[in-house]
Unconditional design. Structure first.
Ligand code: AAL
Length: 373
């Protein structure tokens, strides 16, 4: 595999066979011009996913009163893996978004209402020890008093930062129109100090991200903090989810939104990782380009690199070089994702699980991929 192909903007891979000179059908044209390899198996950004149940979490709570969902990236510190996630333990199951008016200070509307951010550690990535709360709900009316959820971790210059959705109202009312808050610590075990103000503001009225900033996902790229996030054009057109980018020099801001936002036309809880000199994205669940892996050589202008199936939902991969900014991203081989009940989280709750994949240059073995399908 050579490092660059001048004919294929955006993809640092090479087509092994030359394009014939005769006229080609549209499908064959795009097979040469649009995809990084003639077959998915030859493409390091193609993978299948394997799922494994985690040990150490209580899975026997199918009455909807305990949930664990929306895991962060996994990091490795002090000889252990760490993951943070949304944790809810309420007396009753959620009443559901449509019945949000029935929610109270103790009765949740959604699976992620009335939640805190908890964390767990593991030596092998399969058996986890739940450590308890990292970010509690602050007292009313502080930012996030209603619920703090959907967090992700940044390690920057020896300090730790958790970004998360800060709800000021029950989800299902206008609570989901929430912005992003941040807490910082000197150790992954805390204690965490909240900044106590919004760090990424919703867009101005009329902007694509005016209604919400969700699923914050920071990496360090080109020596800056690149924080990707999801928003949706709530209402018009109805709930079309896309992914934007906000960039900062300091983890506590100010974050400047990229002028080309949204940078992905799809995605829900999109997961990014440095890949070679660019950024790869697992574009999950929503939008015209859902269930693709994409690549942007500049972290901004993404192209489809592969189509995949059974993607991890709300993936929080272990990205060993997420914060290295060394222009030589190696990719990912596993992480934690969640499984929300297929019929309705209003009747049950979500669980964390492990996914394994091969979106890694270090584990890229075209021979293996050839024989395993
Ligand atoms: C998830 C995430 C965000 C939403 C809710 C909790 O799928 O996209 O976190 O607000 O659902």
């Amino acid at each position: 595999m050579s490092d660059s192909n001048p004919d294929q903007k955006g993809f640092p891979f090479v087509l092994p066979k030359e394009k014939p000179s005769r006229e080609l059908s549209a499908a064959m044209e795009r097979n040469y011009n649009q995809y990084p390899a003639p077959r998915p198996e030859d493409n390091p950004l193609y993978t299948q996913f394997k799922y494994t149940e985690l040990k150490g979490f209580d899975y026997n709570n199918f009455d909807g009163t305990i949930t664990r969902r929306d895991p962060s990236k996994v990091i490795f510190e002090n000889g252990k893996y760490y993951v943070w996630y949304t944790y809810r333990h309420t007396e009753t199951k959620p009443v559901g978004l449509r019945n949000a008016a029935q929610a109270t200070d103790t009765i949740p509307s959604a699976d992620w209402d009335l939640s805190e951010i908890w964390y767990a550690t593991s030596e092998d990535g399969f058996t986890w020890e739940e450590q308890g709360v990292a970010i509690p709900r602050p007292p009313k009316p502080e930012v996030g008093w209603r619920s703090v959820t959907t967090t992700d971790i940044l390690v920057y210059k020896g300090k730790y930062y958790l970004y998360y959705q800060a709800f000021m109202e029950a989800s299902g009312l206008r609570g989901d129109d929430c912005p992003v808050a941040v807490s910082h610590a000197d150790s992954p075990d805390g204690p965490w100090t909240p900044l106590n103000k919004v760090v990424i503001e919703n867009g101005e009225a009329g902007e694509w991200d005016q209604y919400s900033i969700h699923d914050p996902y920071p990496i360090v790229y080109q020596d800056k903090i690149y924080l990707y996030y999801k928003s949706d054009f709530d209402g018009d057109p109805e709930l079309v989810r896309m992914t934007g980018l906000a960039i900062a020099d300091d983890p506590l801001g100010p974050f400047k939104k990229h002028p080309l936002n949204p940078v992905l036309n799809s995605g829900h809880e999109t997961a990014m990782f440095p890949f070679k000199g660019g950024v790869a994205a697992m574009v999950i669940k929503d939008g015209n380009e859902h269930f693709t892996v994409q690549y942007a050589e500049d972290g901004v202008n993404f192209e489809i690199a592969s189509m995949v199936e059974l993607m991890p939902i709300a993936a929080g991969p272990y990205v060993p070089d997420a914060f290295d900014s060394n222009g030589n991203g190696r990719g990912i081989t596993w992480g934690i994702s969640h499984l929300a009940p297929a019929y309705s989280w209003e009747k049950s709750a979500s669980i964390l699980m492990r996914f394994d994949c091969s979106l890694s240059l270090d584990h890229y073995d075209p021979e293996m991929k050839k024989h395993h399908h």
